[in-house]
Structure formats: C-alpha cells, structure tokens
Design a protein around this ligand. Structure first.
Ligand SMILES: Nc1ncnc2c1ncn2[C@@H]1O[C@H](COP(=O)(O)OP(=O)(O)OP(=O)(O)O)[C@@H](O)[C@H]1O
Length: 261
C-alpha cells in the first residue's frame, strides 16, 4: 500500500555542516508518530525539508507516492498540514478565528478566491471540532496560546491533509492547558478520516496513547524508528538525550527523570 510519507537516505548539508545524515523514515496509513530529539538534533530541519522549505542535498521524499522534485510541491503541501509556531507571526492581529480557519483552504494555493458560505460552514465545523466555536469572532491578538494552537489545527484541517505535523504545539502552555490540548489531539486521532499525526517534542509527557510510533533523532541521525512499545525505554531515551535518564510510567502518564551525573 502507498505510504503516507516515505523518506529515504535524506541528507541536508549547508556549507560544511551536515544537518541531517541519511534519514530514512516511512509512515503507513493509520500510524501516528512522535519525533523526539534533544535541542539541535534536527527536528525542525527535517520538518522544513519535508514541507519544501529546506532543499535536501541528497535522498528521496515521497508524499502519497508523489516524489519531491517531480511533482508540484505546492500541491503536495495541501496534503501535509503543518502547525509551527513560526507561522503564527504571519497572522494579522485583527483577524478573527473564523477567517484564520477559512484561509487554510486557500492559503497554500496562491489563487484568487471568493469565500463561499460552504467555506464558512466548514470552518465553523472545524472550530466546533476543536472545541472553540465560541471563539469564532475573537481576533487573533486576544486568543490565548492554547486557543491559538487549536485555531491553527482547525486551519490546517480545512485543506483535508493526509498528514498533520504539529511542531512543539505544547510550548508555552500551562500544565492544565497542555493536558486539555493533548486530550484534544488524542480525540483528533480517533476521528474517522483523521490525518496521520506527527508530533514533534522534547517531552515524553506529551506521548499520549494516540501515538503508535516513534522517530528518535540524535545529532541529525535516526537513532531508531518504529513501534512505541519497543522503543520507549529508558535506554533509548538516555541515548536520545545523551544523559542517564529513567522513564517513569504511572496512571498519570509518562515522566522522564534525568539522573544526576
Ligand atoms: N542553515 C543552517 N546552516 C548551518 N547549520 C544549521 C542550519 N540550520 C540548522 N542548522 C544546525 O542544524 C542543527 C539542527 O537544528 P534544528 O533547528 O533542526 O534542531 P531542532 O532539533 O529542531 O532543535 P530545537 O529542539 O532546539 O528546536 C543545529 O545544530 C543547527 O545549528
């Protein structure tokens, strides 16, 4: 069956620096992944490469069987939704949430368009699904960080992506907002026709049961990729963070203890 994403021997070099070394990674339908890596391990660079913002030096990227470089990348981007904090800066402060969500349908196309009543209804459905329909008319400037993340996800879902990448979506959330947000992501993963999710994080607490697979990165290389049950161990996490760590599991979820060196 065609993979949602198929990356083979991806290498990114800039000047004399190799940022990604021969990364291979395959996402099959129905899988939800976490990319876990320390600061500087190459997570953002990998995402930028997958979405066409960083040009690879070598290797192959296929999204839904379309090869990067041979297909129109702008069209492929419609299949890959990305929620990155850096994109937030481009949203006009006075824009209300409903309009931000509607723009998700057209933003990546560069086409002249007229918003239809069907677009409005679809955007409202997405806001409702994200639990924030009551914020439809609130301007971006007045939304909290957690509300903004939900608006951005609703916006990304307007294009009906097959893959939805969430880049550190819990950054800046308080513990309660984070728990609520993760419950929302968990719920999103169970919806019929849901995209494959990729959550990028440094925090094991954010690896909720929704996520079936892990990509562990260290210094631009894949340390391991596969099923969470096999990879989520203290030994692997110690290797990821290059420090002795112990993974604690409890009813409340996962927690990582860093042992004093
Ligand atoms: N254009 C560039 N030229 C040279 N080095 C770069 C470039 N872009 C990124 N790097 C380096 O590549 C490495 C990986 O950076 P990247 O931002 O992808 O890491 P990250 O895992 O997302 O880190 P963080 O968790 O801190 O956001 C870093 O050492 C960074 O300095």
């Amino acid at each position: 069956m065609t993979a949602i994403l198929d990356v083979a021997d991806l290498r990114v070099e800039r000047g004399r620096t190799t940022i990604l070394h021969d990364v291979s990674w395959r996402i099959a339908r129905g899988q939800h992944w976490v990319i876990l890596g320390a600061n500087g391990s190459g997570k953002t660079s990998l995402l930028k490469t997958l979405t066409g913002y960083l040009v690879p030096t070598a290797g192959r990227i296929e999204v839904l069987g379309h090869r990067f470089g041979q297909s129109d990348w702008r069209e492929l981007r419609l299949h890959v939704g990305v929620v990155m904090n850096v994109f937030s800066a481009a949203i006009p402060l006075a824009e209300v949430a409903l309009d931000t969500v509607i723009s998700g349908k057209y933003a990546q196309l560069d086409l002249w368009h007229r918003v239809t009543s069907a677009d409005r209804a679809a955007a409202l459905r997405q806001l409702r699904r994200a639990g924030i329909a009551h914020l439809a008319q609130r301007p971006w400037v007045h939304l909290s960080q957690g509300e903004r993340q939900r608006v951005l996800i609703a916006r990304a879902l307007m294009a009906r992506p097959r893959l939805l990448i969430l880049d550190e979506p819990c950054a800046g959330l308080d513990p309660v907002a984070r728990a609520h947000f993760l419950a929302f992501v968990q719920q999103l993963s169970t919806l019929r026709g849901a995209p494959s999710l990729v959550l990028v994080t440094h925090h094991v607490e954010e690896i909720t049961p929704a996520f079936s697979h892990l990509l562990l990165l260290r210094r631009g290389t894949v340390l391991a990729a596969g099923e969470r049950a096999r990879l989520l161990t203290s030994a692997n996490l110690s290797a990821v963070f290059e420090a002795p760590c112990h993974l604690r599991r409890s009813a409340a979820g996962l927690r990582l203890e860093v042992r004093p060196v």
